[in-house]
Design a protein around this ligand. Structure first.
Ligand code: GLN
Length: 486
Protein backbone atom coordinates (compact mmCIF):
# COMPACT_ATOMS: atom_id res chain seq x y z
CA UNK A 1 0.00 0.00 0.00
CA UNK A 2 1.51 3.32 -1.12
CA UNK A 3 0.03 5.06 1.92
CA UNK A 4 2.42 3.14 4.19
CA UNK A 5 5.32 5.16 2.77
CA UNK A 6 3.62 8.45 3.56
CA UNK A 7 3.99 10.47 6.75
CA UNK A 8 1.70 10.08 9.75
CA UNK A 9 -0.01 13.41 8.98
CA UNK A 10 -0.83 12.18 5.48
CA UNK A 11 -2.10 8.90 6.88
CA UNK A 12 -4.20 10.80 9.42
CA UNK A 13 -5.83 12.77 6.60
CA UNK A 14 -6.57 9.57 4.69
CA UNK A 15 -8.18 8.12 7.84
CA UNK A 16 -10.46 11.06 8.58
CA UNK A 17 -11.41 11.39 4.91
CA UNK A 18 -12.38 7.70 5.06
CA UNK A 19 -10.08 6.82 2.16
CA UNK A 20 -8.77 3.98 4.28
CA UNK A 21 -9.77 2.48 7.62
CA UNK A 22 -7.39 2.15 10.55
CA UNK A 23 -7.85 -1.60 10.37
CA UNK A 24 -6.79 -1.65 6.71
CA UNK A 25 -3.79 0.53 7.47
CA UNK A 26 -2.66 -1.65 10.37
CA UNK A 27 -3.23 -4.83 8.35
CA UNK A 28 -1.20 -3.45 5.44
CA UNK A 29 1.57 -2.62 7.86
CA UNK A 30 1.52 -6.16 9.29
CA UNK A 31 1.67 -7.60 5.78
CA UNK A 32 4.66 -5.46 4.97
CA UNK A 33 6.42 -6.56 8.16
CA UNK A 34 5.72 -10.18 7.28
CA UNK A 35 7.16 -9.63 3.81
CA UNK A 36 10.27 -7.62 4.71
CA UNK A 37 11.29 -8.58 8.19
CA UNK A 38 12.86 -11.93 7.30
CA UNK A 39 15.59 -9.86 5.66
CA UNK A 40 15.57 -6.83 7.93
CA UNK A 41 15.29 -8.39 11.40
CA UNK A 42 13.74 -5.24 12.83
CA UNK A 43 11.20 -6.99 15.08
CA UNK A 44 11.71 -9.35 18.01
CA UNK A 45 7.98 -9.96 18.36
CA UNK A 46 4.66 -8.70 17.04
CA UNK A 47 1.63 -7.58 19.05
CA UNK A 48 -0.92 -7.89 16.27
CA UNK A 49 -4.02 -8.58 18.35
CA UNK A 50 -3.74 -5.45 20.44
CA UNK A 51 -2.88 -3.33 17.37
CA UNK A 52 -6.02 -4.52 15.59
CA UNK A 53 -8.15 -3.90 18.67
CA UNK A 54 -6.87 -0.33 18.84
CA UNK A 55 -7.49 0.15 15.12
CA UNK A 56 -11.09 -1.00 15.56
CA UNK A 57 -11.62 1.59 18.29
CA UNK A 58 -10.32 4.27 15.94
CA UNK A 59 -12.65 3.11 13.16
CA UNK A 60 -15.63 3.20 15.51
CA UNK A 61 -14.88 6.81 16.35
CA UNK A 62 -14.45 7.75 12.70
CA UNK A 63 -17.71 6.02 11.81
CA UNK A 64 -19.45 8.14 14.45
CA UNK A 65 -17.74 11.24 13.04
CA UNK A 66 -15.98 11.78 16.35
CA UNK A 67 -12.66 13.60 16.42
CA UNK A 68 -9.65 11.32 16.72
CA UNK A 69 -6.22 12.19 18.14
CA UNK A 70 -3.63 13.09 15.47
CA UNK A 71 -1.74 9.83 15.75
CA UNK A 72 -4.71 7.53 16.33
CA UNK A 73 -4.53 4.49 14.07
CA UNK A 74 -0.94 5.15 12.92
CA UNK A 75 1.19 1.96 12.91
CA UNK A 76 3.92 2.26 15.53
CA UNK A 77 6.70 0.10 17.01
CA UNK A 78 8.29 0.08 20.46
CA UNK A 79 11.90 -0.68 21.25
CA UNK A 80 12.02 -4.03 23.02
CA UNK A 81 13.31 -2.54 26.27
CA UNK A 82 9.96 -0.86 27.03
CA UNK A 83 7.24 -2.59 29.00
CA UNK A 84 3.96 -3.16 27.20
CA UNK A 85 1.63 -5.30 29.29
CA UNK A 86 1.27 -8.84 27.99
CA UNK A 87 4.14 -8.55 25.47
CA UNK A 88 7.62 -10.00 25.82
CA UNK A 89 10.21 -7.43 26.85
CA UNK A 90 13.48 -9.15 26.03
CA UNK A 91 16.00 -6.29 25.70
CA UNK A 92 17.38 -8.63 22.98
CA UNK A 93 18.97 -10.64 25.79
CA UNK A 94 18.86 -14.34 26.53
CA UNK A 95 18.40 -13.48 30.19
CA UNK A 96 14.96 -11.92 29.47
CA UNK A 97 14.05 -14.11 26.49
CA UNK A 98 10.79 -15.27 28.05
CA UNK A 99 9.99 -12.29 30.26
CA UNK A 100 6.45 -11.00 29.80
CA UNK A 101 5.68 -7.44 30.94
CA UNK A 102 3.21 -7.34 33.82
CA UNK A 103 2.54 -3.59 33.36
CA UNK A 104 2.66 -0.70 30.90
CA UNK A 105 5.43 1.88 30.72
CA UNK A 106 4.08 5.43 31.05
CA UNK A 107 4.78 6.06 27.37
CA UNK A 108 2.61 3.06 26.52
CA UNK A 109 -0.23 4.34 28.70
CA UNK A 110 -0.03 7.63 26.82
CA UNK A 111 0.02 5.91 23.45
CA UNK A 112 -3.05 3.91 24.43
CA UNK A 113 -4.86 7.10 25.46
CA UNK A 114 -4.11 8.42 21.97
CA UNK A 115 -5.29 5.19 20.32
CA UNK A 116 -1.90 4.55 18.74
CA UNK A 117 -1.66 0.91 17.64
CA UNK A 118 1.56 -0.78 18.76
CA UNK A 119 2.50 -3.41 16.19
CA UNK A 120 5.48 -4.98 17.87
CA UNK A 121 8.70 -4.83 19.80
CA UNK A 122 11.74 -3.70 17.86
CA UNK A 123 15.14 -5.38 17.96
CA UNK A 124 18.06 -3.62 19.69
CA UNK A 125 21.59 -4.19 20.90
CA UNK A 126 21.41 -6.27 24.07
CA UNK A 127 20.30 -3.95 26.90
CA UNK A 128 20.82 -1.01 24.49
CA UNK A 129 24.60 -1.47 24.57
CA UNK A 130 26.03 -0.96 21.12
CA UNK A 131 26.10 1.17 18.01
CA UNK A 132 25.33 -1.31 15.24
CA UNK A 133 22.60 -3.63 16.50
CA UNK A 134 25.03 -6.53 16.09
CA UNK A 135 24.92 -7.16 19.85
CA UNK A 136 21.38 -8.55 19.85
CA UNK A 137 21.32 -12.08 21.29
CA UNK A 138 18.71 -13.10 18.70
CA UNK A 139 19.52 -11.65 15.29
CA UNK A 140 21.11 -8.69 13.58
CA UNK A 141 19.14 -5.84 12.00
CA UNK A 142 20.03 -4.80 8.45
CA UNK A 143 20.01 -1.32 6.97
CA UNK A 144 17.03 -0.80 4.60
CA UNK A 145 19.24 1.29 2.28
CA UNK A 146 21.78 -1.52 1.92
CA UNK A 147 21.24 -4.92 3.49
CA UNK A 148 24.99 -5.47 3.89
CA UNK A 149 25.31 -2.48 6.18
CA UNK A 150 24.40 -1.92 9.83
CA UNK A 151 21.34 0.16 10.72
CA UNK A 152 23.17 1.76 13.67
CA UNK A 153 22.38 1.06 17.29
CA UNK A 154 21.22 0.51 19.77
CA UNK A 155 17.67 1.28 18.53
CA UNK A 156 18.41 -0.38 15.17
CA UNK A 157 15.05 -2.14 14.86
CA UNK A 158 13.09 1.01 15.71
CA UNK A 159 14.96 2.92 12.99
CA UNK A 160 14.95 0.22 10.29
CA UNK A 161 11.22 -0.42 10.74
CA UNK A 162 10.35 3.25 10.13
CA UNK A 163 12.90 3.71 7.34
CA UNK A 164 11.56 0.67 5.45
CA UNK A 165 7.92 1.74 5.99
CA UNK A 166 7.09 -1.41 7.95
CA UNK A 167 5.64 1.06 10.44
CA UNK A 168 5.20 4.82 10.32
CA UNK A 169 6.53 5.75 13.75
CA UNK A 170 8.52 4.17 16.56
CA UNK A 171 10.08 4.86 19.93
CA UNK A 172 13.67 4.31 20.93
CA UNK A 173 15.87 5.05 23.91
CA UNK A 174 19.02 7.16 23.81
CA UNK A 175 21.77 6.83 26.42
CA UNK A 176 24.70 7.92 24.27
CA UNK A 177 23.20 8.30 20.81
CA UNK A 178 21.02 5.23 20.38
CA UNK A 179 18.18 7.15 18.77
CA UNK A 180 20.21 9.63 16.73
CA UNK A 181 22.83 7.28 15.29
CA UNK A 182 20.38 4.75 13.81
CA UNK A 183 18.18 7.60 12.58
CA UNK A 184 21.21 9.00 10.76
CA UNK A 185 22.25 5.63 9.28
CA UNK A 186 18.69 4.79 8.14
CA UNK A 187 17.81 8.21 6.70
CA UNK A 188 15.03 9.18 9.12
CA UNK A 189 14.40 11.57 12.02
CA UNK A 190 15.29 10.63 15.60
CA UNK A 191 14.97 12.87 18.61
CA UNK A 192 16.33 12.65 22.15
CA UNK A 193 14.46 15.14 24.35
CA UNK A 194 15.98 16.94 27.35
CA UNK A 195 16.77 14.49 30.15
CA UNK A 196 13.61 14.15 32.24
CA UNK A 197 11.10 15.33 29.63
CA UNK A 198 9.81 11.82 28.94
CA UNK A 199 9.09 9.43 31.77
CA UNK A 200 11.45 6.47 32.04
CA UNK A 201 8.93 4.47 34.07
CA UNK A 202 8.72 1.11 32.37
CA UNK A 203 11.93 1.51 30.37
CA UNK A 204 14.48 -1.14 31.36
CA UNK A 205 17.28 0.97 32.84
CA UNK A 206 20.75 0.98 31.29
CA UNK A 207 22.40 4.14 32.69
CA UNK A 208 19.76 6.02 34.64
CA UNK A 209 21.38 9.46 34.58
CA UNK A 210 21.64 9.36 30.78
CA UNK A 211 18.67 7.30 29.49
CA UNK A 212 15.91 9.13 27.67
CA UNK A 213 13.07 7.88 25.48
CA UNK A 214 12.32 9.60 22.17
CA UNK A 215 10.54 9.28 18.83
CA UNK A 216 11.54 8.18 15.32
CA UNK A 217 9.61 9.50 12.32
CA UNK A 218 9.90 10.39 8.64
CA UNK A 219 9.35 14.17 9.04
CA UNK A 220 9.67 16.84 11.72
CA UNK A 221 5.93 17.28 12.21
CA UNK A 222 5.42 13.59 12.95
CA UNK A 223 8.42 13.65 15.27
CA UNK A 224 6.95 16.61 17.14
CA UNK A 225 3.48 15.12 17.39
CA UNK A 226 4.75 11.85 18.83
CA UNK A 227 6.99 13.76 21.24
CA UNK A 228 3.99 15.73 22.47
CA UNK A 229 2.13 12.47 23.12
CA UNK A 230 4.87 10.95 25.27
CA UNK A 231 6.36 14.00 27.06
CA UNK A 232 5.31 15.42 30.40
CA UNK A 233 5.62 14.99 34.14
CA UNK A 234 5.14 11.58 35.71
CA UNK A 235 5.11 10.96 39.44
CA UNK A 236 6.25 7.38 38.79
CA UNK A 237 9.69 8.59 37.64
CA UNK A 238 11.53 10.66 40.23
CA UNK A 239 13.76 12.19 37.54
CA UNK A 240 10.81 13.31 35.44
CA UNK A 241 10.65 17.09 35.01
CA UNK A 242 7.66 18.84 36.49
CA UNK A 243 7.48 21.48 33.77
CA UNK A 244 5.18 22.44 30.93
CA UNK A 245 6.03 20.80 27.63
CA UNK A 246 4.53 23.77 25.79
CA UNK A 247 2.86 23.87 22.41
CA UNK A 248 5.57 22.97 19.95
CA UNK A 249 3.47 21.63 17.09
CA UNK A 250 1.50 24.89 16.96
CA UNK A 251 4.69 26.95 16.68
CA UNK A 252 6.80 24.74 14.46
CA UNK A 253 6.81 26.88 11.35
CA UNK A 254 8.36 30.04 12.72
CA UNK A 255 11.47 29.92 10.52
CA UNK A 256 15.09 30.59 11.38
CA UNK A 257 15.61 34.26 10.53
CA UNK A 258 18.13 35.64 13.03
CA UNK A 259 18.74 32.22 14.57
CA UNK A 260 22.32 31.84 15.74
CA UNK A 261 23.72 28.54 14.48
CA UNK A 262 26.99 27.20 15.89
CA UNK A 263 29.00 24.68 13.90
CA UNK A 264 30.97 22.44 16.25
CA UNK A 265 34.58 22.83 15.16
CA UNK A 266 35.88 19.59 16.66
CA UNK A 267 33.28 17.55 14.75
CA UNK A 268 34.09 18.97 11.34
CA UNK A 269 37.77 18.10 11.26
CA UNK A 270 39.78 14.88 11.11
CA UNK A 271 37.99 11.59 10.83
CA UNK A 272 34.90 13.03 9.16
CA UNK A 273 34.26 11.46 5.75
CA UNK A 274 34.41 13.98 2.88
CA UNK A 275 30.86 13.25 1.73
CA UNK A 276 29.50 13.66 5.24
CA UNK A 277 31.34 16.92 5.62
CA UNK A 278 30.02 18.38 2.40
CA UNK A 279 26.41 17.40 3.23
CA UNK A 280 26.73 19.16 6.59
CA UNK A 281 28.34 22.20 4.97
CA UNK A 282 25.42 22.34 2.57
CA UNK A 283 22.97 22.35 5.51
CA UNK A 284 24.91 25.15 7.15
CA UNK A 285 24.80 27.16 3.90
CA UNK A 286 21.08 26.52 3.70
CA UNK A 287 20.62 27.93 7.19
CA UNK A 288 22.58 30.99 6.14
CA UNK A 289 20.40 31.38 3.06
CA UNK A 290 17.31 31.20 5.30
CA UNK A 291 18.58 34.15 7.33
CA UNK A 292 20.41 32.42 10.19
CA UNK A 293 23.73 33.67 11.53
CA UNK A 294 26.55 31.12 11.38
CA UNK A 295 29.40 30.86 13.90
CA UNK A 296 32.12 28.33 14.52
CA UNK A 297 32.00 27.03 18.09
CA UNK A 298 34.75 25.14 19.86
CA UNK A 299 33.96 22.56 22.53
CA UNK A 300 37.47 21.74 23.71
CA UNK A 301 36.48 19.03 26.18
CA UNK A 302 34.33 17.11 23.72
CA UNK A 303 37.20 14.76 23.02
CA UNK A 304 36.88 13.40 26.56
CA UNK A 305 33.17 12.64 26.27
CA UNK A 306 33.62 9.01 25.21
CA UNK A 307 36.03 8.34 28.09
CA UNK A 308 33.67 9.96 30.60
CA UNK A 309 30.67 8.11 29.18
CA UNK A 310 32.31 4.69 29.40
CA UNK A 311 32.97 5.23 33.11
CA UNK A 312 29.60 6.76 34.05
CA UNK A 313 27.42 4.55 31.84
CA UNK A 314 29.16 1.31 32.76
CA UNK A 315 29.15 2.18 36.47
CA UNK A 316 25.40 2.78 36.36
CA UNK A 317 24.82 -0.29 34.20
CA UNK A 318 26.75 -2.53 36.59
CA UNK A 319 24.38 -1.46 39.33
CA UNK A 320 21.17 -1.53 37.23
CA UNK A 321 21.86 -4.97 35.81
CA UNK A 322 22.51 -6.51 39.24
CA UNK A 323 18.79 -7.30 39.44
CA UNK A 324 19.08 -9.94 36.72
CA UNK A 325 20.27 -12.73 38.99
CA UNK A 326 18.03 -15.69 38.21
CA UNK A 327 15.86 -15.05 41.28
CA UNK A 328 13.42 -12.39 40.17
CA UNK A 329 13.44 -12.10 36.40
CA UNK A 330 13.79 -14.26 33.36
CA UNK A 331 16.37 -16.93 32.75
CA UNK A 332 17.78 -19.23 35.47
CA UNK A 333 20.57 -21.79 34.98
CA UNK A 334 19.69 -25.49 35.15
CA UNK A 335 20.60 -27.57 38.26
CA UNK A 336 22.96 -25.27 40.17
CA UNK A 337 24.80 -26.85 43.11
CA UNK A 338 24.26 -23.89 45.43
CA UNK A 339 23.02 -20.29 45.53
CA UNK A 340 26.29 -18.69 44.48
CA UNK A 341 26.64 -21.02 41.54
CA UNK A 342 23.05 -20.22 40.57
CA UNK A 343 23.83 -16.48 40.44
CA UNK A 344 27.12 -16.91 38.62
CA UNK A 345 25.97 -19.41 36.02
CA UNK A 346 22.72 -17.58 35.35
CA UNK A 347 24.59 -14.38 34.56
CA UNK A 348 27.42 -16.14 32.70
CA UNK A 349 24.93 -17.94 30.47
CA UNK A 350 22.32 -15.19 30.22
CA UNK A 351 24.37 -12.10 29.31
CA UNK A 352 26.23 -11.64 26.03
CA UNK A 353 29.90 -10.56 25.74
CA UNK A 354 29.32 -6.79 25.40
CA UNK A 355 27.04 -6.67 28.44
CA UNK A 356 29.59 -8.62 30.48
CA UNK A 357 32.34 -6.26 29.35
CA UNK A 358 30.28 -3.26 30.52
CA UNK A 359 29.43 -4.85 33.89
CA UNK A 360 33.09 -5.61 34.51
CA UNK A 361 34.24 -2.14 33.46
CA UNK A 362 31.61 -0.49 35.66
CA UNK A 363 32.27 -2.69 38.66
CA UNK A 364 35.99 -1.93 38.35
CA UNK A 365 35.40 1.83 38.09
CA UNK A 366 33.30 1.78 41.25
CA UNK A 367 35.53 -0.52 43.31
CA UNK A 368 37.24 0.93 46.37
CA UNK A 369 40.67 2.26 45.56
CA UNK A 370 39.67 3.09 41.99
CA UNK A 371 36.54 5.11 42.65
CA UNK A 372 38.37 8.45 42.98
CA UNK A 373 40.63 7.83 40.01
CA UNK A 374 37.82 6.87 37.64
CA UNK A 375 34.23 7.52 38.71
CA UNK A 376 34.84 10.75 40.62
CA UNK A 377 37.14 12.10 37.91
CA UNK A 378 34.52 11.26 35.26
CA UNK A 379 31.82 13.11 37.19
CA UNK A 380 34.08 16.16 37.48
CA UNK A 381 34.75 16.14 33.75
CA UNK A 382 31.05 15.69 33.06
CA UNK A 383 30.46 18.94 34.91
CA UNK A 384 33.19 20.71 32.91
CA UNK A 385 31.75 19.48 29.61
CA UNK A 386 28.40 20.94 30.70
CA UNK A 387 30.15 24.27 31.31
CA UNK A 388 31.54 24.14 27.74
CA UNK A 389 27.99 23.75 26.48
CA UNK A 390 26.69 26.56 28.71
CA UNK A 391 29.33 28.88 27.27
CA UNK A 392 28.46 27.83 23.73
CA UNK A 393 24.77 28.52 24.29
CA UNK A 394 25.57 32.05 25.40
CA UNK A 395 26.76 32.64 21.83
CA UNK A 396 24.37 30.52 19.75
CA UNK A 397 20.84 29.09 19.85
CA UNK A 398 21.61 25.70 18.31
CA UNK A 399 24.71 23.65 17.62
CA UNK A 400 25.06 21.55 14.49
CA UNK A 401 27.40 18.73 13.50
CA UNK A 402 27.34 15.43 11.67
CA UNK A 403 25.43 12.85 13.76
CA UNK A 404 28.29 10.49 12.98
CA UNK A 405 31.60 11.09 11.19
CA UNK A 406 30.72 8.29 8.75
CA UNK A 407 27.66 6.85 7.05
CA UNK A 408 26.48 3.32 7.92
CA UNK A 409 29.37 0.86 7.93
CA UNK A 410 29.49 -2.74 6.70
CA UNK A 411 28.13 -5.54 8.86
CA UNK A 412 30.93 -7.25 10.84
CA UNK A 413 33.42 -4.47 10.12
CA UNK A 414 33.68 -3.30 13.74
CA UNK A 415 32.02 -6.11 15.68
CA UNK A 416 35.36 -7.45 16.99
CA UNK A 417 36.77 -4.05 17.84
CA UNK A 418 34.93 -2.48 20.79
CA UNK A 419 37.06 0.65 20.77
CA UNK A 420 36.34 1.41 17.10
CA UNK A 421 32.66 0.80 17.83
CA UNK A 422 32.72 3.14 20.86
CA UNK A 423 34.27 5.92 18.75
CA UNK A 424 31.21 5.90 16.45
CA UNK A 425 29.41 7.89 19.15
CA UNK A 426 31.82 10.83 19.37
CA UNK A 427 29.22 13.35 18.17
CA UNK A 428 26.21 12.11 20.12
CA UNK A 429 27.41 11.20 23.62
CA UNK A 430 27.99 14.69 25.00
CA UNK A 431 24.30 15.69 24.77
CA UNK A 432 23.46 12.81 27.10
CA UNK A 433 26.21 13.82 29.53
CA UNK A 434 24.80 17.36 29.72
CA UNK A 435 21.12 16.43 29.35
CA UNK A 436 20.54 18.57 26.25
CA UNK A 437 17.85 17.88 23.64
CA UNK A 438 19.27 16.74 20.29
CA UNK A 439 18.03 15.23 17.07
CA UNK A 440 19.28 13.72 13.86
CA UNK A 441 17.63 14.51 10.55
CA UNK A 442 18.36 13.36 6.99
CA UNK A 443 20.45 16.03 5.27
CA UNK A 444 21.74 14.27 2.15
CA UNK A 445 23.42 11.15 0.81
CA UNK A 446 26.99 9.98 0.25
CA UNK A 447 28.28 8.86 -3.14
CA UNK A 448 27.19 5.30 -2.42
CA UNK A 449 23.61 6.44 -1.78
CA UNK A 450 23.75 6.03 2.00
CA UNK A 451 21.98 8.69 4.10
CA UNK A 452 23.89 11.36 6.02
CA UNK A 453 22.38 12.70 9.25
CA UNK A 454 22.70 16.23 10.56
CA UNK A 455 22.70 16.53 14.34
CA UNK A 456 21.12 19.59 15.93
CA UNK A 457 21.56 20.24 19.66
CA UNK A 458 19.71 22.93 21.63
CA UNK A 459 20.10 24.06 25.21
CA UNK A 460 18.31 22.12 27.92
CA UNK A 461 14.50 22.46 27.70
CA UNK A 462 14.60 24.30 24.37
CA UNK A 463 12.87 21.62 22.30
CA UNK A 464 10.93 24.38 20.58
CA UNK A 465 13.95 25.99 18.91
CA UNK A 466 15.39 22.56 18.14
CA UNK A 467 12.31 21.35 16.28
CA UNK A 468 11.69 24.71 14.59
CA UNK A 469 15.23 24.60 13.23
CA UNK A 470 14.76 21.06 11.93
CA UNK A 471 11.47 21.93 10.29
CA UNK A 472 12.87 24.99 8.49
CA UNK A 473 15.80 23.04 7.09
CA UNK A 474 13.63 20.08 6.14
CA UNK A 475 11.36 22.30 4.05
CA UNK A 476 14.30 23.78 2.20
CA UNK A 477 16.25 20.53 1.66
CA UNK A 478 13.14 18.78 0.39
CA UNK A 479 14.45 15.23 0.82
CA UNK A 480 12.22 14.03 3.63
CA UNK A 481 10.03 12.03 1.29
CA UNK A 482 12.89 9.92 -0.09
CA UNK A 483 12.62 6.24 0.91
CA UNK A 484 14.94 3.29 0.49
CA UNK A 485 14.28 1.00 -2.42
CA UNK A 486 12.98 -1.92 -0.43
N1 GLN B 1 26.45 3.24 21.59
C1 GLN B 1 26.42 3.64 22.95
C2 GLN B 1 26.68 2.45 23.83
O1 GLN B 1 27.02 1.46 23.32
C3 GLN B 1 25.11 4.30 23.28
C4 GLN B 1 24.01 3.35 23.51
C5 GLN B 1 22.70 3.99 23.84
O2 GLN B 1 22.49 5.19 23.61
N2 GLN B 1 21.83 3.19 24.41
O3 GLN B 1 26.59 2.49 25.00
Amino acid sequence: MELLKKTAIEQHKALINKEVSAEELVKASIERIEKLDKDLGAFNSLTIESALETAKKVDEKIAKNEEIPLLAGIPTALKDNMNFKGSKTTCSSKILENYVSPYDATIVTKMKENLIPILGKANLDEFAMGSSNENSAFKIVRNPYNLNKVPGGSSGGSAASVSSSEVTLSLGSDTGGSIRLPASFCGIYGFKPTYGRVSRYGLVAFASSLDQIGPFARCTEDLTNLYEVIAGHDTKDSTSLNMEVGNISGNLKKGVKGLRVGVIKELMTEGVEDDVKSVIENSVKTYEKLGAEIKEISLPLLKHSIGVYYIVATAEASSNLARFDGVRYGYRTQNPQNLLEMYCKTRAEGFGPEVKRRIMLGTYALSSGYYDAYYKKAQQLRRLIAQDFDKAFEQVDILVSPTCPTTAFDLNSKADNPLAMYLTDIATISSNLVGAPALSMPAGFDKGGMPVGLQIIAKNLDELTLLQSAYALEQELGIYNQRPNI
